[in-house]
Design a protein. Structure first.
Length: 422
């Protein structure tokens, strides 16, 4: 069985004129709400959220009931700010802890929207249960900035989620199996910005009365500047073993447990803290990172880029091969020239002179000249040279065998032997 004993304190701080925070504590439900918005907006938002929580007490014994109450508070604030222009833009954070009886025993369920925090203080360790919904905290979770940089980040006070801004609102839920002696601290950022984790640990380990400890923490926040409203709720757990009633189940408890990173550890480190099962806590990026997804994405991207590279290179290589793999014979003035490439070029590959032969157009039969002007293509340089040599040989044979005329019939025989195939 779990019995809770709580104390709380709230204060306007040293700088503000109005306290827009609202705290709440019943026997099993506890909350801190940090309102924002000009004029009366902030106060209205935080107090109306707590009002709705109080009116929903009967249904806060289940997770669904808790989430529903927060959605109702959200809707009602959205509605009020739409209906009353002087309240436009108001909103509030809310961190709620509710003791729930479950099949696995008593569980403390923490619901959170915004940057008010829930901490667990167990055996000298202080760990944050909630994840802040603020720009700087999200940058830290993404790994873009360090915890240290977040403390000085210009947008450290800008929250990314609140009740009353949009409908519906996303609520983070954390479940905690309480151990005897656990202390839960709920607070607004007016405390966490002013009082360090070490200082909180000092207070929680020395002042056993939750009200005294709450007042002391508020006093320290004020002493450190009190730049914002300060609110604290401390809940002490008295847990007595109830498993005697159900001995068969005591070894079958489903652990709602995952280690929390301690913010502040006691000097001699005590055994690691099994505590929480965070739900809906991770952002998309964090989850992808945890699952190793970014690595997969990187490999896929690299594979894809390599594939594109190969296709581009392959196409370029083929065009180059096509454009430069052949030779052609043509005339340049009176000279017969062999070019490498294709007549007229292909894309950006223009033909280049491979060889200026020693043969002139005068040393070739006139009947061959029209073909030469049309650019004769040969598959290799040697075949192109061979072609020119044959033309010249044909000319000299014709001149020596028939010095006077060149009858068409006499040409037929030598030509067929002369490999003039185009
Ligand atoms: Mn605040």
């Amino acid at each position: 069985m779990t019995v809770l004993r709580a104390g709380s304190a709230t204060d306007v701080g040293q700088v503000r004129n109005v306290n827009q925070d609202t705290v709440f504590a019943s026997a099993t439900v506890f909350a801190v709400a940090d309102g924002m918005g000009g004029h009366a907006g902030g106060e209205v938002a935080s107090s109306s959220a707590v009002d709705i929580l109080e009116r929903s007490l009967g249904s806060l014994g289940t997770q669904e009931g808790l989430i529903e109450a927060l959605q109702m508070a959200n809707e009602s604030i959205v509605e009020a700010s739409v209906n009353d222009p002087s309240l436009a833009g108001m909103g509030t954070t809310m961190v709620v802890a509710s003791l729930m009886a479950t099949d696995h025993g008593d569980v403390l369920t923490v619901g959170n929207v915004g940057d008010s925090r829930g901490y667990l203080f167990r055996k000298g360790n202080l760990s944050q249960i909630t994840a802040d919904h603020s720009i700087s905290a999200e940058l830290v979770r993404e790994g873009s900035i360090s915890e240290k940089e977040a403390k000085h980040h210009p947008q450290r006070h800008v929250i990314t989620r609140a009740l009353g801004i949009s409908d519906p609102v996303k609520v983070d839920i954390f479940e905690l199996v309480l151990a005897d002696g656990d202390r839960i601290l709920l607070c607004s950022d007016g405390l966490s910005n002013e009082v360090s984790g070490e200082e909180i640990v000092r207070v929680l380990s020395t002042l056993s009365d939750p009200t005294e400890a709450s007042l002391d923490l508020v006093q320290r926040a004020n002493a450190n500047g009190g730049a914002d409203n300060i609110s604290v709720v401390i809940i002490d757990a008295l847990v007595t073993d109830t498993h005697d009633d159900e001995p068969t189940q005591s070894h079958n408890v489903v652990p709602l447990i995952a280690p929390l990173p301690p913010i502040v550890e006691p000097e001699p480190a005590i055994t690691p803290e099994p505590a929480l099962e965070p739900k809906k806590r991770e952002g998309w990026f964090a989850r992808r990172r945890r699952l190793g997804a970014p690595r997969t994405i990187t490999f896929r991207v690299i594979f894809f880029l390599v594939l594109i590279g190969l296709v581009v290179y392959g196409s370029w290589y083929f065009v180059r091969w096509y454009a430069t793999s052949s030779y052609y014979v043509t005339t340049n003035g009176t000279q017969i020239v062999i070019y490498r490439g294709r007549p007229g070029g292909v894309l950006w590959f223009t033909p280049s002179v491979a060889e200026v032969t020693t043969t002139t157009t005068a040393e070739v039969l006139p009947i061959r000249l029209p073909a030469l002007h049309g650019d004769v293509i040969e598959p290799s340089l040697s075949e192109a040279k061979n072609y020119v040599a044959n033309l010249n040989q044909e000319y000299r044979q014709t001149i020596t065998t028939t010095p006077t005329t060149t009858p068409a019939s006499s040409l037929a025989a030598p030509l067929s032997q002369l490999n003039l195939a185009v």
